[in-house]
Design a protein around this ligand. Structure first.
Ligand code: BES
Ligand code: ZN
Ligand code: ZN
Length: 484
């Protein structure tokens, strides 16, 4: 996608562009806006008055002038803005610009004084990228968006960093948005391999034979019902020199989840191409990490599979054996994510990482609890949980801590095996987290991103169009950099 955010040391009015963006803050033109207004002999003030433009947060007023278009952008009240507001403003500006098909826009560095050059530029740039994203690959005659944003009085390296993170988010969104007939497990592995070639990451991919040989009986059971073969994917980032820490990222990679014999009704199945949102997040994060080169080792794992129905599919009542030796009674084939993750977590643990952070579109229960914009954070290790929560806050992604109530473990007791894959309906997201923790042999955090990974409608997602959101990429990148 041809979206670029650059910087210039000049002010908006000094920069020649077909569109220039200045702010109205607390009902008044910003300083930048006033400069431009005087260049235009008071035109901006006159139109603002005539149209009674109030400049509520997110409002746009387009003014054609002899020196190109001007977008007067509302930032709402005078005070109290946060970095999240700035990111959102950037996204809304980008949306307005892309929807109008404008190729280049010079944008005021809205909160330069409030946040300082580095942070103001980075967060604005991030918002511009996130809001400009579109997925038009399957729309005949609709081109991919092309737009160049130039942040006035900006700090170049900060915009570049935002571009790297956005590159990871865009990759994650693309992977989620691809339809499931295109992006099956084999194709997901191909994309990971292509990323490795492009970035110098190491990649290892296993097929059915190796998966069975490794004893990944839970993962294999889920995968074997599909004609599309599973692929176990490992991406490795190694720093130059001795790594100061070894980290593991694990992502749920169901390229489609029909529910299996515990079949989903159609309305619940319609967004299930997004059941690899966790995988997309870890692969997207690895892309950014490869470019940012922190001094830590990072390994990403995806047990990619498709949960389908056939004569080879697993059943309710089956008993499976995961690679750590634990046996699992299947009581619902739609609780498949935790089965694939059991083996992915056990495998990740063998490399003895200092921490495992795992992301999955795991339960409808978590969506009921926290809605569509907030992920559930389940920490088996308290310090790690706090670190991930801090990273999410800094990255502007919403997560909320949920309890790993030990008393609920008994709900997963099986009559016939070591554990069963579902307990009761109540507290379902907690039980799912407790299940996963049985297979992670390292400090462990689970993020249930079933709500925020996929936006069925635009209203569900403030930073871009409906579909894949790339949720988790920014948190993971931030957390990994924090470990350095
Ligand atoms: N992929 C789903 C969870 C999901 C639901 C993701 C809604 C995104 C939006 C998962 O595999 C699933 O079906 N979970 C079941 C678990 C239940 C059978 C214990 C669920 O949440 O209903
Ligand atoms: Zn399912
Ligand atoms: Zn699923």
């Amino acid at each position: 996608m041809a979206i670029r955010v650059k910087t210039t040391r000049r002010k908006v009015f000094e920069h020649d562009a077909p569109l220039r963006v200045v702010a109205v803050l607390g009902g008044r033109l910003s300083e930048e806006g006033q400069w431009l207004n005087s260049e235009l002999d008071g035109l901006l003030e006159r139109v603002i008055k005539q149209t009674r433009f109030k400049g509520e947060f997110g409002d746009s007023l387009f003014i054609p002038t002899e020196a190109g278009q001007v977008l007067v952008f509302g930032l709402g009240k005078r005070r109290g803005h946060t970095l999240d507001d700035l990111r959102l403003a950037g996204a809304k500006v980008a949306e307005a610009v892309v929807e109008r098909g404008v190729r280049e826009a010079a944008v005021e560095n809205f909160f330069l004084k409030r946040f300082g050059k580095v942070e103001a530029t980075e967060v604005l740039a991030e918002g511009l990228y996130l809001g400009a994203y579109r997925f038009n690959r399957y729309k005949s005659g609709v081109p991919e968006p092309r737009a160049r944003f130039v942040i006035a009085q900006g700090f170049g390296p900060a915009a570049e960093r935002a571009g790297v993170v956005a590159g990871g988010v865009f990759l994650a969104r693309d992977l989620v948005n691809e339809p499931p007939n295109v992006l099956n497990p084999v194709e997901l592995a191909r994309r990971a391999e292509a990323l490795a070639r492009e970035t110098g990451l190491e990649v290892n991919v296993f097929g059915p034979a190796k998966i069975q040989e490794l004893g990944m009986g839970a993962y294999w059971a889920v995968a074997k019902g599909s004609d599309n073969e599973p692929r176990f994917i490992e991406l490795v980032y190694r720093p130059e020199g001795e790594p100061v820490r070894k980290l593991a990222l694990v992502g749920k990679g169901l390229t489609f989840d029909t529910g299996g014999y515990s079949l989903k009704p159609t309305p619940s199945m319609t967004t299930m191409k997004g059941d690899m949102g966790g995988a997309a997040a870890v692969i997207g994060a690895m892309k950014a990490i490869a470019a940012l080169k922190p001094p830590v080792e990072v390994r990403a794992y995806v047990a990619a599979a498709e949960n389908m129905i056939s004569g080879h599919a697993y059943r309710v009542d089956d008993v499976l054996k995961a690679m750590n030796g634990k046996t699992i009674e299947v009581l619902n084939t739609d609780a498949e994510g935790r089965l694939t993750l059991a083996d992915a977590l056990a495998y990740a643990s063998q490399a003895e990482p200092d921490a495992i952070v795992e992301l999955s579109t795991l339960t409808g229960s978590c969506v009921v609890a926290l809605g569509r914009q907030i992920a559930g954070l389940f920490a088996a290790d308290e310090a790690l949980g706090r670190a991930v929560q801090r990273a999410a806050e800094a990255a502007g992604e919403k997560v909320w801590p949920m309890p790993m109530e030990p008393a609920y473990k008994r709900l997963l007791k099986s009559e016939i095996a070591d554990i069963k894959n579902v307990g009761t309906r109540e507290g379902g997201a907690i039980q799912a987290a407790l299940f996963l923790a049985e297979f992670a042999d390292a400090p462990f955090v689970h993020l249930d991103i079933a709500g925020p990974a996929f936006a069925p409608s635009e209203e569900d997602h403030p930073f871009g169009p409906s579909g894949g959101t790339g949720f988790g990429v920014r948190t993971l990148v931030r957390w990994v950099l924090d470990q350095a």
